[in-house]
Design a protein around this ligand. Sequence first.
Ligand code: CAA
Length: 258
Amino acid sequence: MDYQNIKFEKDGALAILTVDRPKALNALNSATFHEMEHALNSLKEDTRALIVTGGGDKAFVAGADIAEMATISAAQAREFSALGHRVFEHLENLPIPTIAAVNGFALGGGLELALGCDLIYASEKAKLGVPEVTLGVIPGFGGTQRLTRLLGRARAKELLFTADRLDAAKAKEIGLVLDVLPADKLMEHVKAVAAKILKNGPLAVAQAKRVVEYGADQDLRAANELERQGFAVLFGSEDQREGMAAFLAKRPANFQGK
Ligand code: CAA
């Protein structure tokens, strides 16, 4: 597939997905979602981390495409919402870590895209928010739910009701982004984070993601059982043998993801 709205690059075990419609501040239309879905479906086992960012120098993603949504029916809106949910759930369920590099506006669907990633880092010029109520709607790609789970109900409601656009420092203060970097250092930083992750046992990283994700919606008893299972499963892997043997032999581990 020839992509018109995204760039999808591989750099060894790292993949970088750039939403790339800078003239529309990378707004997410249906065509962009379909390309993102195609890109995610094309990921092979040799890709072990994914960075998501925005093209151009102004925006990560400025939301769902308002021009596309302006005249659609309720039935079409449901379909569009389902498409966005499907792509972001796909992202969330990938067995590899995903990192959002928020390099500018992350509004509405753009913030929802970042929230579908495991880790969010922002540049100093990022602006984040959910301005949907200014358009007479609410977020439709999981924002109401993921924001609530991440920030708690009161802060999520504040952002949803006021449509406030947060600067990066405030977003960090409330725990919406992990760290804030100068604009020209953001990609370097997220690549360094990815590189650190890539040195570790990929099956273990995948299990860590799985038990956190599935455990987060369970009570503690069930969630702890998930952890026990994940821990035990890893003892059937070559990576566990290699990791522990390498430690005892005082040499770096050479993980194969098996
Ligand atoms: N959809 C479609 N086009 C968009 C867009 C969007 N979400 N955001 C920006 N654009 C377009 C603008 O229409 C403009 O196009 P033209 O040059 O053809 O006029 C171009 O991108 C540049 O934008 P601005 O001229 O507005 O740039 P600015 O610097 O003055 O403002 C901004 C930047 C504050 C981000 C402003 O563009 C803005 O408010 N954008 C909309 C943000 C928004 O409301 N997002 C939520 C969308 S709804 C949603 O996401 C629902 C959902 O969850 C499903």
